[in-house]
Structures are given as structure tokens and as C-alpha cells.
Design a protein around this ligand. Sequence first.
Ligand code: 13P
Ligand code: SF4
Length: 311
Amino acid sequence: MQGNGYDLIEEIRRLKQERNAVILAHNYQTEDIQEIADFVGDSLGLSRKAAETDADVIVFCGVHFMGETAKIVNPSKTVVLPDLEAGCSLSDSCPAEDLAKFLEAHREKDYFVVAYINCSAGVKALSDVICTSGNALKIVARIPEGRNILFVPDQNLGAWVMEKTGRMMDLWEGSCYVHIEFTRQSIEKIQAAHPSAKVVAHPECTQAVRLLADEVCSTERMVDYCRESPEKEFIVVTESGMLHRLRKEVPGKTFIAGPTETCSCNDCRYMKKNTLQKLRDCLRDLSPEIRMDEGLRARAEVPIRRMLDWS
Ligand code: 13P
Ligand code: SF4
């Protein structure tokens, strides 16, 4: 490593130019990574950027399924991730082999499979359309009436979509370990300490928590909601990286991290695997790289393109 953080940032900028690379970062990345990224956003914004970029190299500062999505829509580009171990408990809760077995065992249902983007390429390849938290309501509303819908892998997001759209769906029983740690009690406690604060929560939270929220939305929508609201104080019930973007882009307002039973804020251990050093290393070495079988990639691209068309 170089002598100080400044050298590291300079080196990343130089390598980025040499490689004709773009750095995409999710809202849950650490502040230093968000600051050096070319684009910071939610899963929907990031997949759009990945599909549009003319860079030769995409450095994806997020988790594995996000890098995979970028590769699926950009087969000829080099997609690198600072840390290949950056996984996702939600994605892990729905292995592709289990989904394939389930679909085979329920062939009579002829499911229309909606997969939340937090899933592997294998699961995407078995799905009819992908959604993110930012477009799930719109996507599900477009599915022809009368079709049986299977929503994978997040039961909480799926339940929220059912509540909002009135469409019945069968739900895969997966969840995000970060968002289910927020409880009704932990949020009520912080509300009692900040009675005038509005509560914004991610739809991966449980229903008990969502019911306490003034707004349930994707991480990107949280920025607009807090900016447009006349209120000055917000309790933000999602991963703690979100606070940096909110504080930066909505100055003059107060953002309080949603606490869990045991912690005053909540980090995703996978998102936080990425560091500036690893970002520099992956740009320098063009490794670890996301690679994928072409047949799988082509099958997984179909429902992603459908999502991009439908939203
Ligand atoms: P967003 O698409 O709302 O940013 O959510 C991504 C995610 O991983 C939530 O846990
Ligand atoms: Fe996965 Fe949850 Fe981390 Fe998002 S916050 S990457 S859903 S484990």
C-alpha cells in the first residue's frame, strides 16, 4: 500500500484512466468508496449504468450478484469486483438448483417467476422477469392477470408488493439478514426519542417494521423522499452506508440510523468487505474478474432486458 490515503486515491484515479474504467458503487459502500465512484446508486440505477457504459472495464463496488448483473448485460467487458467474497444472504437463500426443483415439482402452476435482482445468475436464468426494490410494483403490475406468480427470493419485499398491488403471489422464504434485524421494538424506541422524525424503511424489512414507516422505498427513492419532504428529521431503516448519501445530498436535515436490538446502526458485512485498497488492487490486476458460462449468461440476460424495458 502507498504511504497515505491521498496516494491511494491518486493511484485509483490514474489506473481508472489507464484502464478506461468506470467505478460503480452501491449506496451501502463505505464513504471513501462512494466519494471516488463515478456513479453511486441503487440496484436499478446501477444496472442501468452498467447497461449504458462505454468503458472497457467496470469496477463494481457492491456485492457479487451486482457484478454478475453487469457482466450479463456487458459480456464483452471486463467486470471486476474488489472482493469476490462479497456475497449476499438473500441471494444465498435461493440456490438455483432448489428453485429448479421447486418449479419442476409445481409444473402444473406454470409459474411466471419474478426474481428480485438480489439472486444468482442461475436463478435469473430460470426467471421470467427481474425486479429491484425501485421498480417491483411496476413490474408485477405488468404481469398478465390470471398467471400464477412466484416471487423469489425475498419474502418481505414480496409481501410488500402483494400489499401494494393486490396481486397474489407465492413467496420464496428468503430474507436479508441485515433488514430483518430491525424490529418493531427497536424502531419504536428510537421513534420515542425523536417523536417528530419521519421513518423511511427499505421493503426488505419485516411487515412489523414497515407498518411503522412513513415511507417504504428503495435506497434511491429515500434520497428524493427526504429531499422533497418538508420535515427535517428522518430515521433511516436500512444499511448504514445510506446515511452518507443522504447527509451529502440532502444538507440541512438530520438523519438518524435505524437501530437494531443490539446495535445503534446496521452494516452489511458483505457490502463492507470492499475497501479502497482492494478497489486499487482490482483495477491494477483486473482481478478478481466475474466470468460466466455463455449459455447461462444469455439465459439470464432475457429477464434483465425485460425488466429494463418494463421500467
Ligand atoms: P436497493 O436496490 O434499494 O439499493 O437495495 C439493494 C439491497 O441490497 C438492499 O439490501
Ligand atoms: Fe444482501 Fe442484505 Fe447485504 Fe443487501 S443488505 S447485499 S440484501 S445481505
